[in-house]
Each structure stands twice: as structure tokens, then as C-alpha cells.
Design a protein around this ligand. Structure first.
Ligand code: UT7
Length: 320
């Protein structure tokens, strides 16, 4: 039986680290205490003007390829999850492909906002298990700072920029054990960037808008539900999970999810304090941090979870 197994992980944060105090200095009507107690966020990284998602994706991908002992030429599938693509088209995946010097791989973007990475990983798994592809590069990359209204303190303090990547390869050893994806477009209005380009102009609102409390309640409910669903599919008790990596948006959402799963916080990877909500990049950023610092080891069971605009949500249970 062919599995899709993680061969390498990598991530990249743009060097410009902006603390909560820095935001206050820049004139945002907020304070460190509010941001830390309501969200757990202490800092975010912001891309330089002109630094794009494909550039962040490139740095994360190089690290993941290195860990996998693979070269760009070995890759036959590139999927980039992003809601902040470099252009309307071509896809950020094609731009990443060109930067890597890869020719001929399938390359496309996935738009599922903060669930984008688990969507992309699940899609890549289907390609690999079907036997059509052997080695995939799956990336979450975002420059959310470009779509923030810096006068809206209810949103601008929450998000940051970054990228994370995984090399997923065909293997006889177990890898991804179960996946579950969902969406409910009826909730599209509680988190959106409700603008578009038409006739050379932005029509509508080009900034991220969010009903924070509605998103909060929705996220807590579906993250616990989908994690349980994945456990049932894999016939694994939640207690058997070694590491839970939920979408890094808010420490209170993460804690509530862990509680509903009956998992102690010692089994939960938290990086939201260091980079805020990086949307599709948040899960692979946290995964990379915990692999590189030695917490996640080969053979351990890891649950990845995403939730975001759409509304979309999903989980991937894997043996690392
Ligand atoms: O990837 C998924 C994306 N999003 C999320 O996961 C976010 C989900 N939602 C949340 O995390 C929370 O709802 C927030 C962190 C966004 C907000 O926390 P909250 O506890 O729901 O606060 P709130 O929106 O009800 O606002 C409470 C107060 C308000 O003041 P008043 O009306 O009570 O006087 C806000 O004006 O906090 C005020 N406030 C702020 N104060 C200082 C809102 N933003 C800020 C701020 N600094 N940045």
C-alpha cells in the first residue's frame, strides 16, 4: 500500500519582527495587555514592501527540500495555499516553480484561506496515493499585511506574514492516516475581503473584514468536531495523539480546542505568540518549529487543523 509521507518541512518568516509595543508606536489604538490577554499574540513578522508570497514560499520550500534530501527537479506536484497571491494570475505555485527552477511539475494554488494548508496537503495526498505523482511540494504562504486596514484595531493586530512548506512523498511506511475537509459557504460574510478588480479599479472593499466573535465561536466548534472525525476515520483515540497543531489564530481558540479534545496543552504546539495569524502559513510554520526543536519525532502521531474564511475547515492526522 502506498502512503503519502512527510519527507521534510521548512518555514520562513520575513525578518521584520513587529511587537505589540511597536504597533502602538506606529499609531495603532491598542495596547500589549489587550492583545496578549485576548489573543496570546506578542509579535508578528511583516514582509518588506514588494516582498511577495512566492518569495516567502521559495525560502520555506528550499528548507523543506533540504530536510527531505530532495532537489527541485525531484518534485512533480506543487501546490501553494494562499489568499494573498502575487498576482491575480499566474498562480503563485507557477511563480514558485519558476523560482525553484522546476520544469514540468503540476502547479496550482488552493484558495481556502486559513484552512488552505490542510486542504492542499489533503489534495497532494490524493495525487500521491493514486500513484500518479511521487513527490509533492505543499506550501502555505501569505502576506496578509497587504490586506489589513491599519485603522481597524479589531483586525490589524491579529495577522502577520510568513510561509511554511512540506515535501510529501510516496512511501511504503505510514504517513497521512486520515483527512477530513469541510466548507459551508453560508458563512462567507463573517470573514472576507469583499472586493475585486474591475476595469482597472478595486470594486468594493480591499481590506479584511471580520466578525471576530462569530468567527471565534465557529472555529472552536468545528476544530473539535473535525479532529474527532479524523480520529474516528483512523480508528485512533484522541489520547493517542502526540501533538496537536491547530490553526494559529488565537490562544483562546487553541486552548478551547485542546480542552474539547481532552488533550493537555503540553501536547499542543503554539507559535501564535511569535507570528500572529499567518492564515495558510500558520500550520506549517508551527509544524516546522516543533520538528526542528526536536519535539516532533519520527513515528509520532500529529493532528494538523485549519479553519478560516469560506467558511472552510479541515484536519489531517499523520504519522510523522
Ligand atoms: O483565521 C481565523 C481568523 N480569525 C480568528 O480566529 C479570530 C477570532 N476572533 C477572535 O480572536 C476574537 O473575537 C478577537 C480577538 C478578534 C476579539 O476578541 P473579543 O474578546 O471578541 O473582543 P471584542 O471584539 O468583543 O472587543 C472587546 C473590546 C471592544 O471594546 P468595548 O466595545 O468593549 O469598549 C473593542 O473595541 O475590545 C476592544 N478592542 C480592542 N482594544 C484594544 C478591539 N480590538 C482591540 C485592540 N486593542 N486591538
Amino acid at each position: 500500500m502506498t502512503f503519502a509521507r512527510v519527507a521534510g518541512v521548512g518555514s520562513f518568516l520575513p525578518p521584520n519582527r513587529v511587537s505589540n509595543a511597536d504597533l502602538v508606536d506606529r499609531g495603532v489604538d491598542t495596547n500589549d495587555e489587550w492583545i496578549v490577554t485576548r489573543t496570546g499574540i506578542r509579535a508578528r513578522h511583516l514582509a518588506e514592501a514588494g516582498q511577495t508570497s512566492s518569495e516567502l514560499a521559495f525560502e520555506a520550500s528550499r528548507r523543506a527540500l533540504d530536510m527531505a534530501g530532495a532537489t527541485a527537479d525531484d518534485i512533480d506536484l506543487i501546490i501553494v495555499a494562499t489568499s494573498t497571491p502575487d498576482f491575480v494570475f499566474p498562480s503563485t505555485a507557477c511563480l514558485l516553480q519558476a523560482k525553484l527552477g522546476n520544469k514540468g511539475a503540476v502547479a496550482f494554488d488552493v484558495q481556502a484561506v486559513c484552512s488552505g494548508f490542510v486542504y492542499a496537503l489533503t489534495i497532494a495526498e490524493k495525487f500521491i496515493r493514486s500513484g500518479s505523482h511521487k513527490k509533492a511540494l505543499v506550501v502555505g504562504a501569505e502576506v496578509f499585511s497587504r490586506i489589513l486596514d491599519w485603522n481597524d484595531r479589531g483586525t490589524c493586530v491579529l495577522f502577520g506574514d510568513g510561509a511554511g512548506a512540506v515535501v510529501l512523498e510516496a512511501s511504503e511506511r505510514p504517513g497521512l492516516l486520515a483527512t477530513a475537509l469541510h466548507a459551508d459557504g453560508a458563512h462567507h460574510g463573517i470573514l472576507s475581503v469583499p472586493g475585486n478588480l474591475c476595469g482597472g479599479k478595486v470594486i468594493g472593499d480591499p481590506f479584511l473584514r471580520m466578525d471576530g466573535q462569530a468567527v471565534f465561536k465557529f472555529a472552536v466548534r468545528v476544530l473539535a468536531d473535525v479532529a474527532h472525525e479524523c480520529c474516528e476515520l483512523a480508528k485512533l483515540a484522541p489520547a493517542a495523539i502526540d501533538w496537536l497543531i491547530p490553526h494559529q489564530a488565537n490562544i483562546r481558540i487553541i486552548e478551547a480546542t485542546a480542552k474539547k479534545m481532552g488533550l493537555p496543552m503540553e501536547k499542543v504546539v503554539v507559535t501564535v505568540d511569535q507570528h500572529g495569524n499567518t492564515s495558510a502559513a500558520s500550520v506549517p510554520l508551527a509544524l516546522d518549529a516543533a520538528v526542528r526543536d526536536g519535539r516532533i519525532r519520527r513515528g509520532q502521531k500529529v493532528m494538523l487543523e485549519g479553519v478560516g474564511g469560506g467558511f472552510t475547515w479541515g484536519a489531517v492526522l499523520l504519522e510523522f
